[in-house]
Design a binder for this molecule. Sequence first.
Ligand SMILES: *[C@@H]1O[C@H](CO)[C@@H](O)[C@H](O)[C@H]1NC(C)=O
Ligand SMILES: *[C@@H]1O[C@H](CO)[C@@H](O)[C@H](O)[C@H]1NC(C)=O
Ligand SMILES: *[C@@H]1O[C@H](CO)[C@@H](O)[C@H](O)[C@H]1NC(C)=O
Length: 521
Amino acid sequence: MLARNCFLLLVVVGGAALAIISFSLQFFNLIPTTPIVEERPLQAADGAVRLAQGKSRKRVFPVPHTQKPNPISEAYGYCNTPSHNEQAWEGHSPADYKLLSVQVMIRHGDRYPLYSIPKTKRPAINCTLSISRNPSHPLLGSFINHMGQGGRGHWEFPLASVPRLPNHNTCEMGELTQTGVVQHLRNGKLLRQAYQPHSLFPSDWSPRQVWVETTGKSRTLQSGLAFLYGFLPEFDWKKLTVRHQWSTLFCGSSCDCPARNRYLEEEQRRQYRLRVGDAELERTYADMARTLGIPTRNLRAANPIDSLLCHLCHGLSFPCMSREDGTTGGCLKMAQFAVIRRQQLDDEMDRRREGLFRKYAILAMYPYLNRTVAKMERVAKASAGSRSPRAGGEEVFTLSSAHDVTMAPLLSALGLEEARFPPFAARLVFELWKSPSVTQGQQEQKAGKGERSKARDGGCFIRVLYNGEDVTYHTTFCSSLDLHASQPLCPLKKFLSFVRRDMFNVVNATSYQEACYSHTG
Ligand SMILES: *[C@@H]1O[C@H](CO)[C@@H](O)[C@H](O)[C@H]1NC(C)=O
Ligand SMILES: *[C@@H]1O[C@H](CO)[C@@H](O)[C@H](O)[C@H]1NC(C)=O
Ligand SMILES: *[C@@H]1O[C@H](CO)[C@@H](O)[C@H](O)[C@H]1NC(C)=O
């Protein structure tokens, strides 16, 4: 049946998996947006923001929801419309800690729908960039110019042939919109400001210090470039190599994992069962199909929520049935949209309860996490040697421009199951920090528990941030309470042992190989 075919296709043509999983993930959906209690740290005179100890443990996720979220206000959170009160807790640390490296994964920005609803007009959105259109950004004009010189950069095959700017007067399916470009110019600039006090880069950074990778879709490539431009305006193209990840899981040459595919297939069955058991949803699809004069199954196959979200995010009224003679009939309604969203939220809860997605996610994201920790370890080792941190031209900044089907499993693998489904232009940041150097004498004097463990792992710590919120203490590997008490940040070694061994507990294994290839049958 449908789920089965999708799965087979997924296995056979890995590269084409995106559209298919995206389709299924449309149903994964969004967790309630939660009001975040603002708790700003003290702003030091030099502009650097320092956290008093203990202040970083904000409650990012709510205690289990007793109240159902409003599916419509929740959907606006998904749009992630550029606004002026964004949070950016990146770059905050206890005083005198040194920032060694930053690794960022982004989801592409706002895009045109991937599907169109039969018998309706497609949303009228112009994807040609213009500084006089809203939303705009002070860097937009120079960004457009800079992209015109992109031929000077190095592009891994087949990226050189992908357009570096959205450029259609009527957006193509899945094309990044100007809103999407602006979202990432802003993200990049937010991070530039956050890291400025820490001088992450020398002004003459070397090509080895910056790693940029993207899937082959124009929306991820363009999002990555917009982010990079906000982060390093007027960067030198000659130093830049843009690398290609053929799989949306960023798994490189370690993508083979039969068990992962089995978990995904089971997860898709769970999703399907929940959906067909939802009488209100079924009625709603039937109503919508009647309004448009099409069979229900055609409407369902057109995945209408994707297009409706686009209308909502762009302030366009919902589409109406358009007849051959140019007249229009009935229109789709907000109440119908709300039902589909409500079901998506239910699905999200069911997904967490069942735990199949978590198992899929662990295996899906291991190769990416393995690379992430390996980079951290290299930088940490270099900083422990006689060389000063970063002097060796280590990779200090990594940008991976990805999809919801990348970021959702990454969040799940890290144990951030309560995090909301990745909105457009979502960002997940790993920061590596080194504590102020402690001399041998001081170490012996203090000989406290914290100091001893600091000496063991070279005094390196990580922070994890999601959309500007510090979620370090919500991750599986750093959520234990005693850790809070003795450490100002999460020790790198916790993350290393999680990725290299502990995370496979969830699938009753101790390694990727074992988890992927055992229990076949
Ligand atoms: C789209 O925007 C571009 C740039 O502002 C403009 O030149 C073009 O006329 C617009 N096209 C349509 C169909 O609105
Ligand atoms: C994990 O990373 C190590 C390097 O740290 C590498 O040798 C190994 O092949 C990687 N494993 C997988 C499955 O990606
Ligand atoms: C976990 O793995 C061990 C050893 O492979 C096996 O004996 C045990 O039955 C497994 N447990 C579960 C719950 O699958």
